[in-house]
Design a binder for this molecule. Structure first.
Ligand SMILES: [Zn+2]
Length: 257
């Protein structure tokens, strides 16, 4: 099983990363993908990925951590991509968030530049959304972005899910589906093709149902798995096999197993 989205470089894991990883591996996880958020974070990702062979990384500027002016961040990303000795599987976590204080125009410009970088590098992207599906789909189309990637923590309708899948994206299934009130998203995950799904926790954020207010960690991915299994009436082992195969297929050009 693979946790396709966990922020293990965040400070909250600094003191007990070894035991967090040990619990995760015991729960059946064999790979972890850490998406990038800030230039400082990329350095910690590099260190972690060198220390632990089961950690993959992506680099990007996350919409939560943008500033009024992001030229230096984008410049740093471009330099990091050309000099870093730990190759990323994707550019991310990038995207658009309607709930943060950065003007939409700035977010769009930072997103477009990062989509260009992904195109130049031949890499997929990890996309963050919040009340922005419509805008994101429009950007992917306008930028003629064909490398696909992951819609992190997908929530939304069947139609939106299909629009992303048609553009070569897979959907990250996380803690949202453990909440019975997430009716629409649960309905969507019931019927989208299994070949488009990846498991994720978004640790330390998005705690599962019953663990609100507590730090999330990769080992809890079991709860996502059992909710998905129940929803789709499909065997857990089959879900593990398929989502792991999806991950390998999405990133096959980078040689991940
Ligand atoms: Zn994230």
């Amino acid at each position: 099983m693979i946790d396709s989205h966990c922020h293990l470089d965040f400070d909250t894991f600094k003191d007990d990363i070894d035991s967090v990883l040990a619990r995760a591996r015991k729960a059946g996880l064999r790979r972890f993908l850490i998406p990038g958020t800030t230039p400082d974070g990329w350095q910690r990702q590099v260190t972690l990925s060198k220390r632990y062979k089961d950690i993959d990384v992506a680099y990007g500027l996350h919409p939560y951590f943008l500033h009024k002016d992001n030229q230096s961040g984008l410049q740093a990303l471009s330099e990091h991509l050309s000099h870093c000795d730990v190759m990323p599987l994707a550019i991310g976590e990038i995207g658009l968030d309607a709930t943060v204080d950065i003007p939409e125009k700035e977010q769009l410009s930072v997103l477009d530049t990062q989509l260009e970088m992904a195109k130049d590098a031949g890499l997929p992207v990890i996309l963050h959304h919040r009340k922005t599906h419509h805008l994101l789909l429009e950007r992917l189309k306008a930028m003629k972005f064909e490398n696909g990637g992951i819609i992190h923590a997908f929530s939304g309708s069947q139609q939106v899910a299909e629009d992303y899948i048609d553009r070569g994206f897979m959907l990250g299934v996380g803690g949202t589906i453990t909440y019975t009130r997430a009716q629409k998203t649960r309905e969507t995950f019931k019927s989208v093709p299994l070949s488009s799904l990846l498991l994720e926790t978004d640790s330390p954020d998005m705690p599962m149902s019953g663990r609100q207010g507590k730090r999330n960690e990769p080992a809890f991915i079991r709860q996502v798995l059992s909710s998905l299994s129940e929803l789709r009436d499909e065997d857990e082992q089959r879900l593990i096999d398929m989502t792991s195969a999806n991950y390998s297929r999405l990133f096959s050009s980078k040689g991940t197993g």
